[in-house]
Design a protein around this ligand. Structure first.
Ligand code: ATP
Length: 319
């Protein structure tokens, strides 16, 4: 009988629980023993490992966060730390580990594989910054959370005739801003991948106001300039009162959308199948509605292209 472990690592994302559930239930279905590692690689080092059964994952498919908890472990980045983790792997006789997390977690999974433990990565991050897959678990929920916030801010913005800068997560990847901006009908989307001109942003605001528009929404990915400075600049140039809302960690929580639950279920089940087929150092993902798997190497180094077409479309539709 195979012994499979599962852990969640890096930033948490809605849908991680659904992925853990899928790993546990399908492993049991295929006759494997399954273990949950608490707090990612940190817990692996500390030996925080417990056997799971089908009821360990009951009533979690709809819950945000991760029942296994997550952590960032600097120790695991060292050879000594990984040696300690290997001690736990050997103690529990683990034959394979499913790692749910972002690109950093995939690098950790790769290191474990190099030490002889087969690993499979499942993309769990709200940022959608793993380009080998069309979507990462948690991204859809985060986008929907932002859209909900946009609607609420739009209401109050309209009443007062204000402009609003809404800062969203995505320091290195503007996908949350792009998708939520397009779906939420934002006037302007500012992302790290694209150059932006504050005068163009202001010109659009003034044009809109002159046409009788009551509100203006600017979606800003975090880290692209200082949001408060930008707000002041916009007020100064346009004379339109501009407020700033930082959505922050609200984007990481909440019940996962149906899309994220289904994605997590499909990817969790496939990860287990791959391990039982004797595969290693693979990452599962989704392309054109099909579950795919690529090497961890390829997943980590996939070209970080930005969807320019979608960005242009959002610009055209917000005239
Ligand atoms: P998110 O996208 O939400 O930030 P992430 O998985 O990219 O998630 P990181 O903090 O980058 O988050 O990585 C999670 C953990 O993976 C780290 O705390 C560390 O334990 C491990 N890890 C990251 N990079 C490496 C590496 N090069 N070698 C070994 N382990 C690593």
């Amino acid at each position: 009988m195979k012994k499979i472990a599962v852990l969640t690592s890096g930033g948490d994302a809605p849908g991680m629980n659904a992925a853990v559930r899928a790993v546990v239930r399908s492993a049991i279905y295929y006759g494997a023993e399954v273990y949950g590692v608490k707090q990612g690689f940190h817990g692996l080092i500390k030996g925080q490992i417990e056997q799971m059964d089908r009821s360990s994952v009951a009533d979690i498919i709809h819950r945000g966060g991760t029942i296994l908890q997550t952590a960032r472990s600097e120790e695991f980045k060292t050879e000594a730390g990984r040696k300690r983790a290997m001690y736990a792997v050997e103690m529990f006789g683990l034959d394979g580990i499913v790692v749910i997390g972002g690109d950093g977690s995939f690098k950790g999974a790769q290191k474990l594989d190099e030490l002889g433990v087969p690993t499979i990565g499942i993309p769990g991050t709200i940022d959608n910054d793993l380009r080998y897959t069309e979507s990462t678990i948690g991204f859809d929920t985060a986008v929907n959370t932002v859209i909900d916030a946009i609607s609420k801010i739009r209401d109050t913005s309209s009443s007062h005739g204000r402009a609003n800068i809404i800062e969203v997560m995505g320091r290195h990847c503007g996908d949350i801003a792009l998708y939520a901006g397009l779906a939420g009908g934002a006037e302007t989307i500012i992302v790290p991948e694209m150059y932006f001109d504050i005068n163009k942003v202001c010109g659009k605001l003034v044009q809109g106001k002159n046409r009788g528009k009551l509100h203006s929404i600017i979606i800003l990915a975090e880290g692209v300039g200082d949001r408060f400075e930008m707000g002041k600049q916009i007020e100064k140039i346009t004379g339109i009162e501009t407020r700033v809302t930082i959505l922050g960690h609200i984007q990481r929580g909440g019940s996962p959308t149906a899309y994220d639950r289904i994605l997590a279920s499909k990817l969790g089940a496939r990860a287990v199948q791959l391990l039982l087929e004797g595969k290693k150092a693979r990452a599962v993902g989704i392309k054109a509605l099909n579950v795919i798997d690529v090497s961890l190497e390829k997943a980590i180094n996939a070209d970080s292209s930005f969807n320019d077409e979608m960005y242009d479309l959002a610009d055209i539709l917000s005239i």
